[in-house]
Write a protein that binds this ligand. Structure first.
Ligand code: PFF
Length: 453
């Protein structure tokens, strides 16, 4: 129906750099700079990092390529893509699930992203200066407990994202990510040089790079898979949607490899900023989600020229968050505009409005103003858990099963080779992984997250 009529007007990324900037922008986000360091910290450092790398490139990358391939092949939003590839079958549910998952992730991601803006604002005003560790902790606690303040920041964040998304693919998403991603790289390198020059930085590097395999448990292997998927933006329809804006002449195999590589490099650089700083100031590396919002302001406060590095760090975090958020918003916008024939402007507004509404409920559930609990989880925890741990692996699993077993080998190969332009000599290994290894591994994670194994 409508998806077919809209195909000729589809916007495309203009070149490979544009595709990589946008896709790496999606992958590189709070997952790399906020989540990755504390997860590595909690799981014992370097040994976990090795497992994570093996899983990310051994399983994450092939799944990522599969999702990207469906998008490029069909040039549709996730719902339309599955309806086109499997007409009359129930596979469209997978696409629809991606859209729901994207919407769900928008809600809680926008709350944390709003925190980053507040922290940026505080850094600029030098608000952490002369504060004790306890003061900084209670600043964070009272900010979250305030309820309204996080909602205002979240609203501002979603508005900025909407301004980018509404402008379209080339003139919006591509234009901004092409500038913001190189800026992000420059900032993280500056921060890294600063962190490595702190006295005592070596201890942090040792923790991060010297493996102790006795710390690895079954749970950490599962954690590594979940983190790889989250970090590569797998299973939410984001890669499928971005893939649908990729021109037929692009070598999608090399594009996804470069994005996975960039995503990993930025996560490692983030670790090389955070661990040397944490060890230099004698703080425990496993400080949980507060590592970035409590531990780091503490460190900046004590560090010579901490003001400038604190501002740079929160600019970095905000940029990383925005380039990821726009990709999630685009999934919902592409669906609304292509399937329901809603104008892009209205679709962007609807997606933003929905995210702000649900995000506000999340923020209020965290501040205690909205007292609905799901077991021991509030709404924020529930949406985080349901999207990251359930919808995302399930989406990734179904996508990989579809590509490996239902899309047809010829069609798949033709797409990977861009109709004979490239060799795709990785195909036999890729095919083996998506047929057997990835589905088994993801199923294991999924069942264990549900507590069934
Ligand atoms: N990859 C992003 C990050 O690491 O922060 C998060 C993310 C974006 C997850 C988009 C899922 C997604 F669809």
């Amino acid at each position: 129906m409508s998806s077919k009529q809209n195909t000729p007007q589809r916007d495309f990324f203009s070149n490979k750099f544009g595709i990589i900037a946008a896709t790496a922008g999606s992958a590189i986000g709070l997952g790399n700079i906020w989540r990755f360091p504390y997860i590595v910290g909690e799981n014992g450092g370097a040994a976990f990092l090795i497992i994570l790398l093996l899983i990310k490139f051994g399983i994450g990358l092939p799944v990522m390529l599969s999702e990207f391939t469906i998008g490029r092949h069909t040039q549709r939003n996730p719902f339309g893509a599955f309806r086109m590839l499997a007409p009359g079958k129930l596979w469209w549910i997978v696409g629809f699930m991606g859209i729901i998952a994207a919407f769900t992730i928008m809600a809680f991601y926008s709350v944390v992203a709003g925190w980053t803006l507040d922290y940026l604002y505080n850094s600029v005003l030098d608000g952490f200066n002369n504060k004790s560790a306890d003061d900084i902790q209670s600043m964070f606690d009272s900010f979250v407990a305030n309820g309204w303040q996080p909602i205002i920041w979240m609203f501002l964040f979603v508005s900025i994202s909407s301004l980018i998304v509404v402008a379209g693919i080339k003139k919006g998403i591509e234009k901004y990510t092409k500038v913001l991603m190189p800026a992000l790289l420059v900032i993280i390198v500056i921060l890294c040089v600063r962190a490595l020059s702190l006295p005592g930085a070596e201890k942090g590097l040792e923790f991060f790079f010297k493996p102790d395999f006795s710390k690895i448990t079954g749970a950490s292997v599962l954690e590594a898979l979940g983190q790889s998927f989250f970090s590569l933006s797998i299973g939410m329809g984001v890669l499928l949607t971005y893939g649908s804006y990729v021109q037929k002449s692009d070598n999608i195999g090399s594009t996804t490899f470069i994005v996975a590589f960039a995503d990993t490099a930025i996560a490692i650089l983030a670790g090389m900023v955070i661990f040397p700083a944490v060890f230099a100031f004698g703080i425990s590396p496993g400080s949980g989600p507060g590592l970035v919002f409590v531990t780091l302001p503490n460190i900046f406060e004590q560090m010579p020229a901490g003001y400038i590095f604190s501002v740079l760090f929160f600019v970095l975090l905000s940029v990383a968050a925005i380039t990821s958020f726009i990709s999630i918003q685009e999934v919902v916008v592409a669906y609304l505009s292509e399937e329901l024939n809603i104008k892009r402007k209205t679709a962007t507004f609807l997606a933003a409005g929905g995210a702000v509404f649900l995000g506000a409920l999340c923020a209020l559930s965290q501040s205690g103003h909205l007292n609905i609990m799901f077991g021991d989880m509030n709404l924020f925890d529930l949406l985080d858990f349901a999207s990251s741990n359930l919808m995302l692996p399930l989406g990734g699993l179904l996508i990989v099963i579809f590509v490996a077993w239902f899309m047809g080998k010829e069609r798949l190969l033709r797409e990977l080779r861009s109709n004979g332009l490239y060799k795709a000599s990785y195909f036999p290994i890729y095919n083996f992984i998506i047929r057997f290894i990835a589905p088994i591994a993801i199923t294991a994670v999924f069942l264990s997250k549900l507590g069934l194994i």
